[in-house]
Design a protein around this ligand. Structure first.
Ligand code: FES
Length: 114
């Protein structure tokens, strides 16, 4: 239900173009991506290795690059774009209410963009 949304942090803690961090209610580290004022949230671990995007990621628009082996993802869909990354991000539905970022704690089912 809508009561299940989990608070992560204040939206203004993650400026445009930056990557923030917060804990999933289950304890996992999450990465929060601000793409021109729109927020996207994923598990903070590269699906290729164990890199943290918060520590090792670079966000350029909606493209996330992992510094370990330079694989990339589209944070809007979670899709892996370039090698060596093949597995999509584990992403969460996100909403901002009164300047606070929330997620639906159940990971989204990945849908390949058109
Ligand atoms: Fe991220 Fe290899 S760990 S590209």
């Amino acid at each position: 239900s809508s009561d299940d949304w989990a608070f992560l942090c204040k939206a203004d803690e993650v400026p445009v173009g930056e990557i923030g961090t917060a804990k999933h209610p289950g304890g996992m580290d999450l990465a929060i991506f601000n793409v021109e004022g729109e927020f996207f949230v994923a598990v903070d671990r590269c699906t290729h290795g164990a890199a943290s995007f918060y520590d090792e990621g670079e966000l350029n628009g909606h493209i996330l690059e992992c510094a370990w082996h330079n694989g990339t993802f589209d944070v809007r869909s979670g899709a892996a774009l370039t090698m060596p990354c093949r597995v999509p991000l584990r992403s969460f539905e996100t909403q901002v209410i009164d300047g606070d970022i929330y997620i639906n704690p159940r990971a989204k089912r990945f849908q390949k963009p058109d």
